[in-house]
Design a protein. Structure first.
Length: 259
């Protein structure tokens, strides 16, 4: 096949579609794709055109490059849907087995940013949980979570709970709604080590405030592997803005006590 016969626009699509078919029908996760030289000879295209096709699939998360080794079929990305479910529930929904490595579980004083997120006075006591979440033995994300001690004094009495949301439900603080802030970033050295990242250090960061009825019950930060997650956000027509209902709007102040 002569390259001039392909036309001037989108010559790389032939190679890209061929690779997509290989990934879908013949190759498994971790398998190497044919070399750029082989593809160039097979389709009669320049190495630059072949590389463009491969680049698009690397960007889409279908393939992954490993320095000095080659290009391989990447693990399937999981959709990161904006909803109040636990990591374990999400992984089991995908037919994967979740696991957790707890790095810290203790009572600490709230830092100013955590206190603001939980509507607390600075230095008030909070439960702090720091852990790595895995699916089928592969580290997927790092989580940090804070819950006011005043709301759930016994939260860590029997050790860190397997599910923070379930532990809150058992205490009459079932999560009802929340708000997420997402950002793209590069992993720190510690995060890269915990997640087993190689040269690709891109991560997805998520901050979440979770509300139960009229108060913020949990604040969390998560760092997800960008090579294993993509964001899926359902859209709908605009509705009135949803804002947290403050305790002061629902109950009269109690002198000397929490409202």
């Amino acid at each position: 096949m002569d390259e001039s016969e392909q036309g001037s626009a989108h010559k790389y699509l032939t190679v890209r579609d061929h690779l997509v078919t290989l990934v879908a029908q013949e190759l498994q996760v971790g398998d190497a794709i044919p070399s750029e030289r082989h593809l160039s000879q097979q389709f009669g295209l320049s190495r630059m055109t072949v590389r463009q096709a491969v680049d698009t699939l690397v960007t889409d998360g279908v393939l992954v490059r490993e320095q000095g080794r080659g290009t391989f079929v990447a693990p399937q990305r999981m959709d990161f849907e904006m909803r109040l479910t636990t990591f374990g529930e999400e992984m089991r929904r995908r037919g994967m087995e979740p696991a957790t490595t707890v790095l810290a579980a203790q009572v600490v004083s709230a830092t100013p940013d955590v206190a603001t997120a939980l509507e607390l006075e600075p230095r008030q006591k909070v439960h702090f949980l720091y852990r790595v979440r895995s699916a089928d033995g592969v580290p997927i994300c790092i989580e940090q979570a804070w819950v006011p001690v005043a709301l759930a004094p016994t939260l860590f009495d029997d050790g860190p709970p397997a599910s923070m949301y379930e532990a809150l439900r058992e205490r009459g603080l079932a999560p009802e709604w929340g708000e997420d802030t997402l950002s793209a970033d590069e992993a720190t050295d510690t995060e890269a080590s915990l997640l087993g990242l190689g040269d690709a250090r891109a991560v997805l960061r998520a901050e979440r405030r979770t509300y139960s009825v009229d108060s913020a019950t949990m604040f969390s930060r998560a760092c997800y592997r960008a090579d294993r997650y993509s964001v899926w956000v359902p859209l709908r027509a605009p509705r009135p803005a949803l804002v947290p209902r403050r305790r002061t709007e629902l109950t009269a102040p109690t002198p000397g006590g929490r409202q």
